[in-house]
Design a protein around this ligand. Structure first.
Ligand code: CMP
Ligand code: FE2
Length: 275
């Protein structure tokens, strides 16, 4: 495990951009259920650059590629260069190691660190919840032990915990079977550290801002297809690709907003029953 990445901030507010689940292909025309994911990702990157939000770091929360292709990781590495800020990533269920680390490791902007110290009062801890060959997630004993150790060593800092898989149900049976399988073990670790403020994830291709015990749970739209909440059978949503802006305030509060491309762009094939 790499040590902490330290980002002393000029501003007391820490600004973070989250992009998630781009499901890129090696080829520019590769499609996921009718959506050309490289093109929708580029449209999101273009829209982000038109915004005034002056983020300091980027979090890419998994499922960076769709087809385990090394070249798709290189496409990700090349495409995010335009954002010109340090980028940190975690694995999703569609990602494959060591191809992912090896490919992303050659880009100076892309950081291998899983612990980020931001300003004087915040930290971000990135967890690997991916289980080889399975769509659902689990936090291993070693990830949980590392989380406990990291929180203990920096207990005075407010903390944002980041992983790929969801903790709370989406009220969609087809998707909820692929949630994090051991949230109670995560809760056990977190319960000793009252400065943990929020848990941020991807995977469910929809916006969430809810409470789980004392923690705020935030999920973010994919940069490609969207899943419709509250549907027991696989159902795609008409909502557009999106991203999230987060402002970590010096008093421990998080101000955050999800933004999307304009309506009715990159609509998927609504008759699809899965992938
Ligand atoms: N029809 C389906 N039923 C159950 N699981 C599915 C279906 N289609 C896709 N999935 C899996 O559910 C996962 C949810 O989001 P992911 O992008 O991680 O990848 C998806 C697939 O692994
Ligand atoms: Fe996923």
């Amino acid at each position: 495990m790499k040590g902490a990445y330290e980002l002393p901030s000029a501003s007391p507010i820490v600004r973070i951009l989250q992009i998630t689940d781009p499901h890129l292909f090696a080829t520019p025309d590769g499609q996921l259920l009718g959506v050309p994911t490289v093109k929708s990702f580029q449209a999101v990157l273009d829209a982000i650059q038109k915004e005034a939000f002056d983020y300091e770091i980027i979090l890419a929360t998994g499922d960076l590629v769709q087809d385990h292709n090394r070249e798709a990781y290189h496409r990700f590495g090349q495409m995010v260069k335009q954002l010109k800020k340090p980028l940190f990533w975690i694995e999703g269920n569609h990602d494959l190691q060591p191809q992912m680390s090896n490919a992303l490791g050659i880009y100076a902007q892309i950081q291998p660190h899983r612990h980020i110290l931001l300003s004087n009062n915040w930290q971000v801890v990135l967890l690997d919840s991916h289980v080889f060959g399975k769509p659902g997630g689990k936090l291993s004993k070693s990830q949980l032990a590392w989380l406990a150790e990291t929180l203990k060593n920096n207990a005075e800092r407010y903390t944002l915990v980041v992983l790929h898989h969801n903790i709370l149900p989406t009220n969609s049976a087809w998707l909820d079977q692929h949630s994090l399988s051991n949230p109670e073990q995560l809760a056990d670790v977190l319960s000793d550290f009252p400065n943990v403020k929020a848990i941020l994830h991807g995977h469910i291709h929809q916006e969430v801002d809810k409470k789980w015990m004392d923690y705020r749970v935030l999920a973010t739209p994919s940069t490609c297809i969207q899943f419709k909440p509250n549907c027991d059978k696989f159902t795609l949503d008409i909502k557009s690709p999106g991203w999230r802006e987060l402002n970590l305030m010096p008093n421990g509060v998080i101000k955050t907003v999800v933004k999307r491309l304009e309506d009715a762009c990159f609509l998927p094939n609504f008759s699809a029953t899965g992938y």
